[in-house]
Design a binder for this molecule. Structure first.
Ligand code: TIU
Length: 228
Protein backbone atom coordinates (compact mmCIF):
# COMPACT_ATOMS: atom_id res chain seq x y z
CA UNK A 1 0.00 0.00 0.00
CA UNK A 2 2.97 2.36 0.34
CA UNK A 3 2.79 5.16 -2.18
CA UNK A 4 -0.93 4.56 -2.70
CA UNK A 5 -3.27 7.34 -1.62
CA UNK A 6 -4.88 6.24 1.63
CA UNK A 7 -8.64 6.63 1.98
CA UNK A 8 -10.91 7.94 4.67
CA UNK A 9 -12.80 5.02 6.19
CA UNK A 10 -15.57 4.73 8.73
CA UNK A 11 -14.94 2.60 11.78
CA UNK A 12 -17.92 1.13 13.59
CA UNK A 13 -17.59 2.17 17.20
CA UNK A 14 -19.45 3.49 20.22
CA UNK A 15 -20.92 5.97 20.85
CA UNK A 16 -20.89 6.57 17.09
CA UNK A 17 -19.11 5.52 13.91
CA UNK A 18 -15.78 7.32 13.49
CA UNK A 19 -14.53 8.64 10.13
CA UNK A 20 -10.77 8.07 9.99
CA UNK A 21 -8.33 9.50 7.45
CA UNK A 22 -5.84 6.64 7.38
CA UNK A 23 -2.95 8.91 6.37
CA UNK A 24 -3.55 11.05 9.46
CA UNK A 25 -4.03 8.18 11.91
CA UNK A 26 -1.43 6.55 14.14
CA UNK A 27 -1.47 3.26 15.99
CA UNK A 28 -0.17 3.85 19.52
CA UNK A 29 0.66 0.65 21.40
CA UNK A 30 0.98 1.33 25.10
CA UNK A 31 3.50 -0.46 27.32
CA UNK A 32 3.24 -4.04 25.99
CA UNK A 33 6.36 -4.79 28.03
CA UNK A 34 7.56 -7.91 29.74
CA UNK A 35 7.47 -5.92 33.00
CA UNK A 36 3.66 -5.88 32.80
CA UNK A 37 2.89 -9.11 30.91
CA UNK A 38 5.34 -11.64 32.31
CA UNK A 39 5.97 -12.99 35.82
CA UNK A 40 8.77 -11.37 37.80
CA UNK A 41 8.28 -7.80 36.62
CA UNK A 42 6.62 -4.62 37.80
CA UNK A 43 3.06 -5.84 37.31
CA UNK A 44 3.57 -8.89 39.46
CA UNK A 45 5.48 -6.84 42.06
CA UNK A 46 2.25 -4.87 42.54
CA UNK A 47 0.44 -8.09 43.44
CA UNK A 48 -1.22 -8.71 40.08
CA UNK A 49 -1.99 -11.86 38.08
CA UNK A 50 -0.06 -10.92 34.94
CA UNK A 51 -1.56 -13.73 32.85
CA UNK A 52 -4.68 -11.57 32.49
CA UNK A 53 -2.89 -9.29 30.04
CA UNK A 54 -1.96 -11.95 27.46
CA UNK A 55 -5.33 -11.70 25.71
CA UNK A 56 -4.38 -8.31 24.27
CA UNK A 57 -1.27 -9.56 22.42
CA UNK A 58 -3.07 -11.19 19.47
CA UNK A 59 -5.40 -8.25 18.72
CA UNK A 60 -2.49 -5.79 19.10
CA UNK A 61 -0.47 -7.86 16.67
CA UNK A 62 -3.27 -7.95 14.11
CA UNK A 63 -3.59 -4.16 14.29
CA UNK A 64 0.19 -3.76 14.13
CA UNK A 65 0.49 -5.93 11.03
CA UNK A 66 -2.25 -4.01 9.22
CA UNK A 67 -0.83 -0.62 10.23
CA UNK A 68 2.58 -1.69 8.92
CA UNK A 69 1.09 -2.93 5.66
CA UNK A 70 -0.68 0.42 5.19
CA UNK A 71 2.35 2.51 6.11
CA UNK A 72 0.50 4.06 9.04
CA UNK A 73 2.58 5.67 11.76
CA UNK A 74 3.14 3.13 14.55
CA UNK A 75 4.30 4.38 17.94
CA UNK A 76 5.34 2.04 20.74
CA UNK A 77 5.59 3.25 24.32
CA UNK A 78 7.44 1.84 27.30
CA UNK A 79 7.00 2.86 30.92
CA UNK A 80 10.30 2.92 32.78
CA UNK A 81 13.03 4.91 34.39
CA UNK A 82 16.66 5.84 34.00
CA UNK A 83 19.03 3.42 35.74
CA UNK A 84 19.89 6.10 38.31
CA UNK A 85 16.13 6.65 38.88
CA UNK A 86 16.72 10.41 38.53
CA UNK A 87 13.43 10.67 36.61
CA UNK A 88 11.46 8.55 39.06
CA UNK A 89 9.46 10.58 41.58
CA UNK A 90 10.07 9.45 45.16
CA UNK A 91 6.31 9.31 45.57
CA UNK A 92 6.21 6.65 42.82
CA UNK A 93 9.23 4.66 44.00
CA UNK A 94 8.46 4.60 47.70
CA UNK A 95 5.40 2.39 47.52
CA UNK A 96 4.96 -1.23 48.47
CA UNK A 97 7.50 -3.78 49.63
CA UNK A 98 11.02 -2.25 49.34
CA UNK A 99 12.35 -5.56 47.93
CA UNK A 100 9.93 -5.26 45.00
CA UNK A 101 10.10 -1.54 44.29
CA UNK A 102 11.07 0.22 41.07
CA UNK A 103 14.83 -0.28 40.66
CA UNK A 104 14.97 -3.43 42.81
CA UNK A 105 16.59 -6.51 41.23
CA UNK A 106 14.19 -9.14 39.90
CA UNK A 107 14.24 -12.18 37.62
CA UNK A 108 13.99 -9.89 34.55
CA UNK A 109 16.54 -7.39 35.82
CA UNK A 110 15.86 -4.22 37.77
CA UNK A 111 12.14 -3.53 37.97
CA UNK A 112 10.85 -0.91 35.50
CA UNK A 113 14.34 0.29 34.57
CA UNK A 114 15.25 1.11 30.97
CA UNK A 115 17.59 -1.33 29.30
CA UNK A 116 16.71 -4.24 31.58
CA UNK A 117 15.17 -7.40 30.06
CA UNK A 118 11.82 -6.71 31.74
CA UNK A 119 11.59 -3.27 30.17
CA UNK A 120 11.50 -4.73 26.65
CA UNK A 121 8.36 -5.00 24.58
CA UNK A 122 7.14 -8.61 24.23
CA UNK A 123 8.63 -10.41 21.23
CA UNK A 124 5.33 -10.69 19.32
CA UNK A 125 5.06 -6.89 19.20
CA UNK A 126 8.74 -5.96 18.94
CA UNK A 127 9.22 -2.55 17.30
CA UNK A 128 10.75 -2.42 13.83
CA UNK A 129 13.32 0.06 12.59
CA UNK A 130 11.60 3.33 11.81
CA UNK A 131 8.82 2.90 14.38
CA UNK A 132 9.24 5.46 17.15
CA UNK A 133 9.60 4.01 20.65
CA UNK A 134 8.61 6.54 23.28
CA UNK A 135 10.09 6.01 26.73
CA UNK A 136 7.79 7.50 29.32
CA UNK A 137 8.38 7.95 33.04
CA UNK A 138 4.69 8.28 33.85
CA UNK A 139 1.40 6.67 33.03
CA UNK A 140 0.45 9.06 30.22
CA UNK A 141 2.45 8.89 26.98
CA UNK A 142 2.54 12.69 26.56
CA UNK A 143 3.94 13.55 29.99
CA UNK A 144 7.70 14.25 29.79
CA UNK A 145 8.06 12.71 26.30
CA UNK A 146 8.37 13.87 22.69
CA UNK A 147 5.19 12.11 21.56
CA UNK A 148 3.42 15.41 20.80
CA UNK A 149 6.20 16.43 18.40
CA UNK A 150 6.23 13.03 16.70
CA UNK A 151 2.48 13.19 16.04
CA UNK A 152 2.51 16.84 15.00
CA UNK A 153 5.36 16.33 12.54
CA UNK A 154 3.39 13.59 10.80
CA UNK A 155 0.14 15.58 10.71
CA UNK A 156 -1.68 13.04 12.84
CA UNK A 157 -5.21 13.85 14.03
CA UNK A 158 -6.56 10.46 15.16
CA UNK A 159 -5.00 7.85 17.43
CA UNK A 160 -5.86 4.18 17.67
CA UNK A 161 -4.73 3.47 21.22
CA UNK A 162 -4.26 -0.08 22.49
CA UNK A 163 -2.07 -1.90 25.02
CA UNK A 164 -1.96 -2.16 28.79
CA UNK A 165 -3.40 -1.49 31.17
CA UNK A 166 -6.83 -0.25 30.15
CA UNK A 167 -7.59 1.93 33.14
CA UNK A 168 -4.04 3.08 33.89
CA UNK A 169 -1.67 3.89 31.00
CA UNK A 170 -4.15 3.51 28.14
CA UNK A 171 -6.70 5.67 29.94
CA UNK A 172 -4.22 8.32 31.02
CA UNK A 173 -2.85 8.55 27.48
CA UNK A 174 -6.33 8.81 25.96
CA UNK A 175 -7.23 11.57 28.40
CA UNK A 176 -4.03 13.46 27.62
CA UNK A 177 -4.58 13.03 23.86
CA UNK A 178 -8.23 14.05 24.05
CA UNK A 179 -7.29 17.31 25.78
CA UNK A 180 -4.70 17.94 23.06
CA UNK A 181 -7.33 17.68 20.36
CA UNK A 182 -6.81 14.14 19.08
CA UNK A 183 -9.68 11.80 18.29
CA UNK A 184 -8.93 8.58 20.15
CA UNK A 185 -10.30 5.20 19.13
CA UNK A 186 -9.77 2.38 21.61
CA UNK A 187 -10.16 -1.23 20.40
CA UNK A 188 -11.21 -2.83 23.66
CA UNK A 189 -9.98 -6.36 22.93
CA UNK A 190 -6.50 -4.99 22.18
CA UNK A 191 -6.35 -3.62 25.73
CA UNK A 192 -6.26 -5.52 29.00
CA UNK A 193 -6.26 -4.97 32.72
CA UNK A 194 -5.34 -6.99 35.80
CA UNK A 195 -8.92 -6.23 36.88
CA UNK A 196 -11.68 -7.30 34.45
CA UNK A 197 -14.12 -4.92 36.10
CA UNK A 198 -11.75 -1.97 35.67
CA UNK A 199 -11.24 -2.93 32.02
CA UNK A 200 -14.99 -2.90 31.42
CA UNK A 201 -15.65 0.31 33.27
CA UNK A 202 -12.56 1.95 31.79
CA UNK A 203 -13.89 1.37 28.29
CA UNK A 204 -17.37 2.45 29.37
CA UNK A 205 -15.98 5.73 30.71
CA UNK A 206 -14.28 6.57 27.41
CA UNK A 207 -17.44 6.26 25.34
CA UNK A 208 -19.94 7.62 27.89
CA UNK A 209 -21.50 11.07 27.61
CA UNK A 210 -21.33 11.11 23.82
CA UNK A 211 -17.70 9.96 23.82
CA UNK A 212 -16.31 12.15 26.56
CA UNK A 213 -12.76 10.84 25.99
CA UNK A 214 -13.15 9.09 22.64
CA UNK A 215 -14.56 6.09 20.79
CA UNK A 216 -14.51 2.40 21.71
CA UNK A 217 -14.48 -0.39 19.15
CA UNK A 218 -12.68 -3.74 18.76
CA UNK A 219 -9.91 -5.06 16.53
CA UNK A 220 -12.34 -6.95 14.28
CA UNK A 221 -14.32 -3.82 13.41
CA UNK A 222 -11.17 -1.71 12.99
CA UNK A 223 -9.61 -4.28 10.65
CA UNK A 224 -12.88 -4.61 8.70
CA UNK A 225 -12.87 -0.87 8.03
CA UNK A 226 -9.19 -0.39 7.16
CA UNK A 227 -7.98 -1.21 3.66
CA UNK A 228 -6.53 -4.74 3.56
N1 TIU B 1 -0.38 -1.03 37.34
C1 TIU B 1 -1.01 -0.89 36.19
O1 TIU B 1 -2.12 -1.36 36.00
N2 TIU B 1 -0.40 -0.25 35.16
C2 TIU B 1 0.79 0.45 35.20
O2 TIU B 1 1.39 0.64 36.25
N3 TIU B 1 1.27 0.93 34.02
C3 TIU B 1 0.60 0.78 32.80
O3 TIU B 1 -0.60 0.68 32.74
N4 TIU B 1 1.37 0.68 31.71
Amino acid sequence: MRGVRLPTVTIEAEPSALPLDVARAALVIIDMQRDFLEPGGFGESLGNDVSRLAAAIGPCRSLLERARALGMLVVHTREGHRPDLADAPRAKVERGDPRLRIGAPGPMGRILVRGEPGHAIVAALAPRDGEPVVDKPGKGAFHATDLASILQNRGIDTLIVCGVTTEVCVHTTVREANDRGYRCLVPGDACASYFPEFHAVGLAMIKAQGGIFGWVSDSRRVLAALPS
